[in-house]
Design a protein around this ligand. Structure first.
Ligand code: FAD
Length: 456
């Protein structure tokens, strides 16, 4: 029977070790994607993520067809779907690239055991991270809990492998098998169609990912170190959703950055270093998740369990979600998120600090909103960064560091360009009054934090 390549968070043809292994295996190859939002512990995707997945699968289908490989789409608990398909096709082997979430790993381990017991060859590969989580440890053999020594250890480890070549042709399996129609999955919104702004901003798929990388390294990297904190200057790479869905590998991004570094000086050289260290934060978040699989629900620092969150003030949460808090930098960010499925990193920090510290709303509710609305909503980076801002996470900002959204706006949007882009009614009566007082709420947050400190 054929070899099956099971695609998951690696929706690309280039630098894909599982696909190359199948090609080398001398059996015809068929590809599979399973939409699994049912298995225990698997977090159903948010709306914006569904939109992205639709585009990415459409693009992958075409890219694979060009190589002669058919992508089968099936839906259901992965354990059932994958083992049944292997039986149905009498598959000789199943290949995939690894994932690092707890529930995902448990599923993959079970499938591996079941298939091997049935005589099916199974092999998994490293493709979504630069460094496998179990290879980066402190001298004492523990995971790192602070970014700087973590990234230093990564850079001292054997370097990430070079991206693998893109196959030109593959001997595709010619048999027949049931396949869902992508449209039937209804991943795109219809009534109402809220994705207009997302569609204008983004193009999912591998080709688009490589174009973004090229553009960034050719045009923007020189402004990155200076401009990356100013949301009005579009000087960041906008690679996050492409990396999230594996349309481009971190190895490809890393290698292109190293190549660009050759002979680079001044702001280009500093921009590249800074950019590569941001890839390091992505690695750190994934490694932290690997060691703390409950990252999206559980305080990484358990002393935060004592934090006295007041009863939820639902209208405050809604004002935050809808960008109606009366604080322009917060509202601009929340509206950018709703309109485009993305928010600039600096503004993500400001809006998250405002929710957790000025509104005293549990970080998990903010994390969940981002998960639903971000096109790059990631099982590691999203909870990791929320906990970082909230103060409960690994290498977190100290809790008493409360961003003042007005000072942040002065510093990072000095001409008010970003705020005006998203709040056309700014300065008129239509714009709401501030819903809370910054100084008062800051004091309340610090008093609540005292409870955590005392419980230690
Ligand atoms: P660039 O500045 O060009 O950075 C390059 C790449 O580095 C990014 O594409 C991303 O993969 C990685 N990166 C950069 N900063 C971080 C970071 N702080 N943590 C992890 N990786 C990083 N990023 C996500 O990819 N998914 C999320 O769900 C997510 N949720 C976040 C929630 C909060 C509250 C905060 C404060 C940050 C979050 N981030 C998340 C991190 C960061 O905001 C985005 O990765 C970044 O804004 C993406 O834009 P870019 O691709 O232009 O970034």
């Amino acid at each position: 029977g054929p070899s099956i390549v099971w695609f998951r968070e690696d929706l690309r043809v280039g630098d894909n070790p599982a696909l190359l292994a199948a090609r080398e295996h001398d059996r015809p190859v068929v590809a599979l994607y399973v939409l699994d939002e049912e298995s225990a512990g698997i977090r159903p995707l948010g709306g914006a993520a569904h939109w992205w997945l639709h585009g990415s699968l459409a693009s992958l289908t075409t890219d694979l067809e060009d190589l002669g490989v058919h992508l089968l789409l099936r839906r259901g608990p992965a354990e059932e779907v994958v083992t049944e398909l292997a039986d149905e096709l009498d598959a000789s082997a199943v290949f995939w690239n690894r994932r690092y979430g707890g529930a995902e790993r448990a599923i993959d381990t079970t499938i591996k055991t079941t298939l091997r017991d049935r005589g099916v060859e199974v092999a998994s590969f490293a493709a979504s991270l630069l460094f496998e989580p179990w290879t980066i440890q402190t001298g004492a053999g523990d995971p790192y809990s602070v970014y700087t020594p973590f990234w230093r250890a990564c850079l001292a480890a054997p370097p990430p492998r070079e991206p693998l070549p893109r196959p030109r042709t593959i001997d595709g399996w010619r048999g027949r098998a049931a396949c869902n129609d992508l449209a039937d999955w209804q991943l795109e919104p219809t009534h109402p169609d809220w994705a207009g702004g997302i569609r204008d901003e983004w193009e999912p798929g591998e080709a688009s990912a490589h174009r973004s990388l090229k553009r960034f390294l050719a045009e923007d990297v020189g402004d990155y170190d200076e401009g990356r904190d100013e949301p009005a200057q579009d000087s960041t790479s906008k690679l996050s959703p492409h990396l999230r869905w594996g349309e481009i590998s971190p190895n490809a991004v890393f290698a292109a950055a190293q190549e660009r570094r050759k002979g680079a000086r001044g702001s280009t050289a500093t921009g590249i270093s800074r950019f590569v260290s941001e890839l390091g934060w992505r690695e750190f978040a994934a490694h932290v998740l690997f060691h703390a699989p409950d990252l999206a629900t559980k305080n990484w620092r358990s002393e935060f369990d004592a934090f006295p969150w007041p009863p939820l003030h639902r209208s405050a949460l809604e004002a935050w979600q809808q960008g109606r808090t009366g604080y322009p930098m917060v509202d601009a960010g929340m509206r950018e998120l709703w309109a485009t499925g993305y928010m600039h990193n600096r503004v993500r920090m400001i809006t998250a600090s405002f929710l957790t510290k000025n509104l005293l709303i549990d970080w998990r509710l903010g994390e969940q909103w981002f998960w639903d609305t971000l096109v790059d909503g990631d099982g590691a980076s999203n909870p990791f960064n929320w906990q970082w801002v909230a103060g409960s996470g690994a290498d977190a900002a100290p809790y008493f560091r409360v961003f003042n959204p007005e000072l942040q706006a002065k510093k990072f949007d000095p001409h008010g360009e970003y705020v005006r882009r998203w709040i056309p009614e700014i300065g008129t009566d239509d714009y709401p009054e501030p819903i809370v007082d910054l100084a008062e709420t800051r004091r309340a947050a610090l008093a609540a934090y005292d409870v955590v400190k005392r419980s230690r």
